[in-house]
Design a protein around this ligand. Structure first.
Ligand code: DLL
Length: 435
C-alpha cells in the first residue's frame, strides 16, 4: 500500500517544484535565524535570494558533524526552546554529542515519513510491531514508535536487550513485525534456537531494519531463519533520524522522502557534486525542518541514487544500499575496502556462521587485516586439515574478490561478541596500540 500517493507518486517536475520552493524557504530561515549559517553565507557573499534553482544549492558550503559539535547544544537551532518539543542526540566516539530539536510540526512530518516507509515495507494497522531499537536519545526507538502508532499499528516498545523477555513478548503478543538493527534480530533468532524454540511458534512476518547496513547475504540468512521478509530503511540524527528513505517490497533501493530531503552525491575525494547516479558521498538538505535546519549536511555515507521507475508505483528517487561510511573505509596495503564488502564475501560460505570481526593493525607503514570468522559447527575444530582448508578457502575468496590479502582466523561457535544493544561494531582498530 502506498501511504500517501499524493506525495510519493509525483512527476519529476512536481518534485523539483516542491523541493525548490522548500529549499528557498529553509535557506531563508537558516540565514535569518541561525548565526552559524549567516556567517557562512556572508563570508562568501552568498544571499538567500541567490538560490533560484535547485542547482544553486551547490553554492552553499557543506555542514558537518563538527559544526554541530562546535555549536553544542542548541547553537544551530532555528526556533526558541519554547517551540521545541523533543530532543535527540547521537553519541559520537569522541567529543560532545550532536544534539537536535524538533518542533510540533517536525514531529508530524517525522511520523508521516515513517508511515510511508513502513507502509512500503508492507506494514499495516493490523500488525503488532515489536521495536527492539533502543529508546532514549537514539532516534531509532521513538522515531519508529510514533510513526507506527500514527499508522494505527499496535506497538510494543521493548527497546533493545533482554533477549529472552523479547522472545516471550514476541510469542505472547503475537508480534508480526520486528523493528531493529539486523544484527540484533539475527541475535534473537540465535537465542530462540539456543532455547530450543521452534521459530514457527512466532507470528513474525516482516523485519524493518535500519540504523546500520547489512549485506544481501546477511538479509537472506535472517529471512531464512525467521521465515520473514525484510526491508531496510535509512536515516541519521542530524537530519531527522529514521524516515529519510526506505525500501519497498520490490527491494530495489530505498525510496527517498523527496518532499523532506534534497539529496546530492559528491565525489568523496574532491568533494565536488557529481552525477547523482554515480557512487559517492550522500549530502542532504532538510526541506521542512523547523527545529534545526541542515543545509548540505555531509552524511559520510557512500551510496548512489536511482531514478528508474519502481514497479511499486512510487516515483520517488531511491538510494542504493549504503556501502559504508567514508570514515570506516579501510586501506589495506593500499587497497580501499569497506567492512560491508568483506561481509559480502564471507557470508554464505559453507560451515561458517554470520558472525565475524575485523582487526586492523599496523605493520611498519602498512595496515594489515585479520578477519575472524566463527565456525557454525564446533566439530570442525577437531580436524586440523579441515580447518586449514577452510581458512585457505576464505582467504583466497577475499583475495580474488577484494584484492586484499587478509589473515583469516577461524574461531569456535559463539565466541565472537554479539550486539544486543546499539549498533554492531565489527572493526577493532589496533593501529595505535602497537598490537
Ligand atoms: O541510525 C537513525 C536510524 C535509526 C535510521 C533507525 C534507521 C533506523 P544515527 O545514530 O545518527 O541515526 O546514525 C546514522 O547510521 O549516517 C549511517 O552511517 C548509518 N545507517 C543508518 N541506517 C542505515 C542503513 C540512525 N539502512 C548513521 N544502512 C548513518 C547503512 C545506515 N547504514
Amino acid at each position: 500500500m502506498i501511504w500517501n500517493p499524493g506525495k510519493e507518486c509525483l512527476t519529476r517536475k512536481e518534485y523539483d517544484e516542491i523541493q525548490l520552493e522548500r529549499l528557498k524557504w529553509i535557506v531563508n530561515r537558516a540565514y535569518e535565524r541561525v548565526p552559524f549559517y549567516k556567517n557562512r553565507f556572508d563570508e562568501i557573499g552568498l544571499k538567500p535570494e541567490h538560490i533560484k534553482t535547485l542547482k544553486d544549492v551547490e553554492n552553499i558550503p557543506y555542514t558537518t558533524k563538527e559544526d554541530l559539535r562546535v555549536n553544542y547544544p542548541f547553537g544551530m537551532f532555528s526556533e526558541p526552546l519554547d517551540n521545541i518539543v523533543r530532543f535527540h542526540a547521537s553519541s559520537g566516539t569522541t567529543g560532545k554529542p550532536v544534539v537536535v530539536g524538533y518542533t510540533k510540526n517536525d514531529m508530524e512530518t517525522w511520523k508521516e515519513n515513517i508511515a510511508r516507509i513502513a507502509a512500503a515495507a508492507g506494514v499495516t494497522n493490523k500488525d503488532v510491531a515489536q521495536i527492539v531499537f533502543g529508546f532514549g536519545m537514539f532516534t531509532g526507538g521513538f522515531g519508529l514508535l510514533q510513526g507506527l502508532e500514527y499508522m494505527g499499528v499496535s506497538v510494543i516498545p521493548m527497546s533493545s536487550g533482554n533477549s529472552e523477555r523479547q522472545l516471550m513478548f514476541m510469542e505472547d503478543f503475537g508480534s508480526t513485525v520486528v523493528v531493529g538493527t539486523p544484527t540484533y534480530v539475527l541475535r534473537l533468532a540465535e537465542v530462540a534456537e539456543e532455547k530450543g524454540y521452534s521459530l514457527d511458534r512466532f507470528k513474525l512476518r516482516v523485519g524493518l531494519f535500519g540504523g546500520e547496513g547489512h549485506t544481501a547475504e546477511m538479509r537472506r540468512q535472517i529471512e531464512k531463519r525467521w521465515g520473514i521478509v525484510c526491508t531496510e530503511n535509512y536515516g541519521l540524527t542530524e537530519v531527522q533520524g529514521p524516515g529519510v528513505s526506505g525500501e519497498c517490497l520490490e527491494h530495489c533501493g530505498m525510496h527517498i522522502n523527496e518532499d523532506s530531503f534534497l539529496y546530492e552525491i559528491i565525489d568523496r575525494d574532491t568533494l565536488k557534486p557529481i552525477d547523482k547516479e554515480e557512487e559517492g558521498e550522500l549530502v542532504l538538505t532538510t526541506l521542512t525542518k523547523e527545529g534545526i535546519p541542515m543545509l548540505r549536511y555531509r552524511t559520510k555515507d557512500i551510496t548512489n541514487i536511482e531514478f528508474a521507475p519502481c514497479k511499486c508505483g512510487r516515483t520517488t528517487a531511491r538510494m542504493t544500499k549504503v556501502k559504508g561510511r567514508t570514515d570506516d573505509m579501510l586501506i589495506i596495503k593500499g587497497v580501499n575496502v569497506f567492512p560491508s564488502q568483506i561481509e559480502g564475501v564471507i557470508l554464505g560460505m559453507d560451515k561458517i556462521s554470520p558472525h565475524y570481526m575485523l582487526y586492523v593493525r599496523k605493520q611498519g607503514f602498512m595496515d594489515t587485516l585479520e578477519v575472524q570468522v566463527e565456525l557454525a559447527d564446533a566439530s570442525l575444530l577437531e580436524s586440523y586439515s579441515e580447518l586449514e582448508k577452510l581458512t585457505k578457502e576464505i582467504r583466497s575468496k577475499i583475495k580474488s574478490n577484494l584484492l586484499i590479502d587478509a589473515k583469516v582466523t577461524l574461531v569456535g561457535p559463539k565466541t565472537i561478541e554479539r550486539f544486543e544493544t546499539g549498533k554492531a561494531k565489527r572493526v577493532i582498530d589496533l593501529r595505535n596500540e602497537g598490537k
